[in-house]
Write a protein that binds this ligand. Structure first.
Ligand SMILES: [Zn+2]
Ligand SMILES: [Zn+2]
Length: 257
């Protein structure tokens, strides 16, 4: 059994929980300790139920609460060396927390949960994203990527569930109030996926086994839920109501892959 839920998704904090037959991990922890604990309780979990923290990259919306949570509850942090180095340079690594270094080429197990990190183009030191599996079903998580790559398309084919960044709508971004440098960063090759990029990536994937498609990391200024939903629905040729969206405050409730 592979199930998953989200505590939060967006530029103010990201945190996803996956559960493979009782082995539970968090992917990122961009919320503070109290919020993480409170939102885990909302999903029926306690911190002690978590076997590991998988980190994608050092940006605050993904890593803000990682070491506080890991230190408070004695949980191992899985991250790339580059992510650790970036966090350490900012003084955000807490002594005594057990760390395991991962890389974008090697899968590993945390008990019964198979973890496959993969590399992505994003403006961080050594970012990865993850595919998680119970041996049968596969859940892919992909946010914070400037542009889809052939490698990513290969890794994400044949999934049972996909949580996919639909960060912004191009017109809303370019006509909006962000400073020019920030617009360029977001839309650049190491920034984020817009709705159309995500749709194009989906078009390159084998989606025949996909039971859940969830748009994530939506910008509150530069996107609208209906635009993200419509783009994803068009890409996989389904009803818009089938597409789910992760929200900043609510994330999304348990889904079974
Ligand atoms: Zn982010
Ligand atoms: Zn980022």
């Amino acid at each position: 059994m592979l199930r998953f839920a989200s505590l939060a998704s967006g530029s103010k904090g990201n945190c996803l929980v996956a559960d493979a037959d009782g082995t539970r991990v968090l992917v990122d922890c961009g919320l503070n300790l109290r919020d993480t604990e409170r939102r885990l309780a909302r999903l029926g979990l306690q911190p002690g139920d978590i076997s590991g923290l998988l980190i994608t990259h050092e940006h605050g919306d993904h890593a803000h609460g990682v070491f506080d949570f890991a230190a408070a509850h004695g949980i191992t942090v899985y991250l790339t060396y580059g992510t650790m180095a970036a966090l350490k340079a900012e003084g955000r690594v807490i002594e005594g927390v057990r760390m395991v270094f991962v890389n974008g080429r090697e899968s590993f197990f945390i008990d019964g949960l198979q973890v496959a990190p993969f590399t992505v183009p994003h403006d961080a030191r050594e970012p990865v994203q993850y595919v998680l599996s119970d041996g049968e079903r596969r859940l892919g998580v992909l946010t914070d990527i400037g542009a889809p790559t052939a490698h990513v398309a290969q890794v994400l084919s044949g999934l049972s569930a996909l949580v996919l960044e639909t960060n912004y709508d191009r017109d809303l971004l370019w006509n909006g109030g962000y400073p020019r440098w920030l617009k360029q960063r977001i839309a650049g090759p190491f920034g984020h996926l817009d709705n159309e990029d995500s749709a194009r990536l989906l078009g390159a994937l084998d989606c025949s086994k996909l039971k859940h498609l969830i748009g994530a990391h939506l910008s509150q200024q530069n996107n609208k839920p209906e635009l993200a939903r419509a783009a994803l629905a068009r890409a996989v040729n389904c009803e818009e109501s089938w597409i789910q969206l992760a929200t900043q405050d609510g994330g999304f409730d348990w889904r079974e892959a």
